[in-house]
Design a protein around this ligand. Sequence first.
Ligand code: ADP
Ligand code: MG
Length: 360
Amino acid sequence: MENKLENKKRKSWKIIYRQLLVAAGASLFLTGCGAANIRQQSAVDTAMGTIVSQTLYVRQEGEQTESESAAVMRILTKLEEQELSWRIADSEVAQINALAACEPEESLVTVPISPSMREILAQIWQISSDSQGALDVTLGRLSRLWNLDGAAAEDTVFSIPGEEQIQSAMRDIGYERVQLTGETLELPQGVQLDLGAVGKGIACDRVSGYLRDSSRITGAVVAVGGSVVTYGQKPDGSPWKVAIMHPREEGNYLGVLTLKGEHYISTSGDYERYVTVDGVRYHHILDPATGAPARSGLCSVTIVCDSGLQADALSTACFVLGPEQGLALAQSYGAEALLVEEDGTMYMTEGMEDIFSENP
Ligand code: ADP
Ligand code: MG
């Protein structure tokens, strides 16, 4: 990559306050309505530990037993409960973790996995490898030790873990020591999975599968926390507008993405789930190399691409890697990226320049 960085570097931060309908999560969307037999369905609910905001454009035809937005919620809840959550004992991830925790010391544990989990892990492993381990979903012990999601939600009292505890948890990190072989996963005893960095992106992939299968839905924008999927079009043909939250001015937004058709947008930031101790911000994106919250100089990363899992995985990985390496990683996936440093400096890919408009 020739040095595109310098000319993409801009100072920003001159944000004018605007009153907006603010959905929680890193993004929110702005919608309008129109056309005769197409109705707008809007819903805000919670799933996967975050707020889910939906705007669906639905053709009024045929009999429906369940509203489309209720069907979307059902898909998300099922994904969380049956597949991804390490907190829910019956989920596939929790069962993998339970088996990996039980086996005798030093041994390799072989766990059967579903085809869908295999596909998910194969994609994650590729991004882990391409990011030199900046994304590593085997850091379950470390993320539980820091427990920043719990602390940020004020469910638990936060204390900075000791160096020994961190070193111990880090010994159980290592995607490269986990083998995906056919229908099984082989992992060292003690390794614990945490799919928090990709869960909401996978959720967007599942939602878009449903949107495509539903003949009544003509357009939709669904936000699962900081991961958003846009699909189809609005009745009036105008583009989707997805706002990116301002990482340092609560309630403000940094700018807006203007998109047509199907896209996956994911933002990872240090401004939603964090605690401050003695002026130091401890946020929930961890650097597997240091065992502590990532200090790459970035405070927000937004990725736009054609897969939810990829957008979510890349936004976390780029956050850990920092501007130069993060931009290179996003470009190697053909993804558009917007990386924001603490002082407001923004870095973006060329394609991002076309779709992102900063607030005046
Ligand atoms: P959000 O959940 O707010 O969308 P991210 O997608 O960046 O944010 O994911 C953060 C979550 O991913 C953390 O809460 C933790 O569970 C997990 N995590 C943190 N750092 C990493 C990392 N380097 N690699 C993989 N997973 C991580
Ligand atoms: Mg992520």
